[in-house]
Ligand binder design. Structure first.
Ligand code: ATP
Length: 368
């Protein structure tokens, strides 16, 4: 059992019908959410959707207008930020420029008046965990961006919080370093067993690091699930479109059940999609199909789900190419295929007439 599937597991954090208003503006609308111990949980959504507000309420920098936040079963509304077993790592890292790496990491422990020996051991552990041993005497300005990020992480973990909040922690790093650091974060999270909640607007980052992802829109949770479920079974056009690349074909469900036939264009044969929602006959719907689930062939294949059209654009990505195919109905469909030949002899080229096909289980049906 994953903790969120285990009925006996108690959540570390529980949002109970939480709403947050700033004046007339509702930033968070009636949210219910459980986060479990040892989870790496991601809050994902476009700018302004309320991710930071949700996180700031956990840290204690904002209080809910209505509703409750429980930590380990207890209402934390009255607990000030510094009394919560929670730490927050900011995007700017907020390191002390005049203190060495060692002193930055030791700062919180010293302020709590911990024993010298205890501090030395704890800081040494944190330095080892974040591979900073060699940089102990340096000042923040003598470090690279990635190293500074690790100092901030070591400092946030020094007091062994139950919950670490990370606000766009990798935002300042370039793409390659960012990807490396994602794996480092996952490794450190696992080693310490601390619950991590990360705020990000980068869907790849959320999908890479998180055990579960909450996709947000306008102050609400649209879908909360594991990365693979969110990718394979998005619950709305919004989520399908926000996570990865997708083709959305509008149509009408002409048959109910978990396999639905969708009429989508006059004279075209219906397409099959799987659905988890209950649909009425002729209900307006959207069929979502990921580009990499589409097979491109020159010959007509023997499958139910097929359309044909002309290649009008190609995006070359080295290992794969994305083909933009225009159908006679006017629809544009994106299909991806692995490049097996040299560029000069690519699988398909501009103006090729091709068939696009996919299996009955590859497309999912969505309501708006
Ligand atoms: P970003 O990725 O840009 O940081 P976000 O999803 O984290 O966005 P929030 O910072 O949570 O978004 O803000 C959500 C909404 O609440 C925004 O429309 C914002 O303008 C508003 N908001 C946040 N803090 C305040 C405040 N102190 N006073 C008034 N409005 C606020």
């Amino acid at each position: 059992f994953a903790p969120w599937e285990d009925p006996d597991e108690k959540p570390l954090i529980r949002f109970q019908n939480v709403t947050k208003k700033f004046g007339d503006f509702t930033a968070i609308q009636s949210i219910d959410l459980d986060i479990y111990t040892r989870e790496f949980f991601a809050l994902l959504g476009p700018s302004g959707c309320g991710k930071t507000t949700l996180m700031r309420m956990l840290a204690g920098f904002e209080t809910p207008t209505t509703g409750k936040i429980l930590l380990g079963g207890e209402d934390i509304a009255a607990t000030p930020p510094n009394k919560r077993p929670v730490n927050m790592m900011f995007q700017s890292y907020a390191l002390f420029p005049h203190l060495s790496v060692w002193e930055n990491v030791a700062f919180g422990l010293k302020r709590e008046g911990r024993e010298k020996d205890e501090i030395a051991t704890r800081v040494a552990d944190m330095m080892r965990l974040t591979r900073l041993d060699k940089f102990a005497r340096r000042k923040p300005h003598q470090l690279s961006g990635g190293q500074r990020q690790r100092v901030a992480l070591a400092r946030s973990l020094a007091k062994a919080p139950k919950l670490l909040l990370l606000d766009e922690p990798l935002g300042a790093l370039d793409k390659k370093l960012r990807e490396e650091t994602q794996f480092e974060l996952m490794d450190i999270q696992e080693k310490t067993g601390t619950t991590f909640v990360i705020v990000t607007h980068d869907q790849e980052e959320a999908m890479t690091v998180a055990s579960r992802v909450a996709v947000m829109d306008e102050g609400q949770l649209v879908q909360v699930s594991t990365p693979d479920r969110i990718y394979e079974y998005p619950n709305s056009v919004y989520v399908a479109d926000f996570i990865g690349d997708v083709n959305i074909i509008e149509g009408a469900a002409s048959q109910s059940g978990d396999k639905v036939l969708v009429t989508w264009a006059e004279g075209a044969s219906p397409l099959v999609a799987t659905s988890t929602a209950m649909l009425t006959k002729d209900q307006h719907c959207y069929l979502a199909i990921r580009p990499e689930k589409i097979t491109i062939t020159a010959e007509e294949p023997e499958t139910t789900n097929k359309v044909h059209g002309e290649i009008i654009d190609i995006g070359y990505l080295g290992n794969i190419s994305t083909y933009h195919v225009k159908l006679p109905t006017g629809h544009m469909v994106k299909a991806q295929s692995t490049n097996t030949r040299r560029l000069s002899r690519r699988n398909f080229t501009w103006e090729d007439k091709v068939w696009l096909s996919w299996s009955d289980t590859a497309a999912v049906l969505l309501e708006r």
